[in-house]
Design a protein around this ligand. Structure first.
Ligand SMILES: [Zn+2]
Length: 74
């Protein structure tokens, strides 16, 4: 089986309920399943479809703070 590069997409996550972070997600190129991957750990295979994954050359981006969630009016 030939290892394929994962697909990277940037999304926004809310942390601590008010901090907005830009977070990079990695997806399986075959089934689109989300991969639990980071610079310290990344899977060699997709846990959903078993596709071999090649994370070599992946540039790990740190979460970047992009602002705060506006407090809701009470
Ligand atoms: Zn997959």
């Amino acid at each position: 089986m030939i290892a394929m590069k994962p697909v990277s997409k940037t999304g926004i996550v809310i942390r601590y309920n008010f901090v907005k972070l830009e977070h990079e997600y990695h997806y399986c190129p075959v089934c689109g399943g989300a991969l639990n991957a980071g610079p310290d750990y990344y899977p060699d295979f997709c846990e959903k479809c078993g596709q071999a994954l090649d994370f070599s050359g992946t540039e790990w981006k740190e979460d970047r703070q992009i602002g705060f969630v506006e407090p809701e009016a009470v």
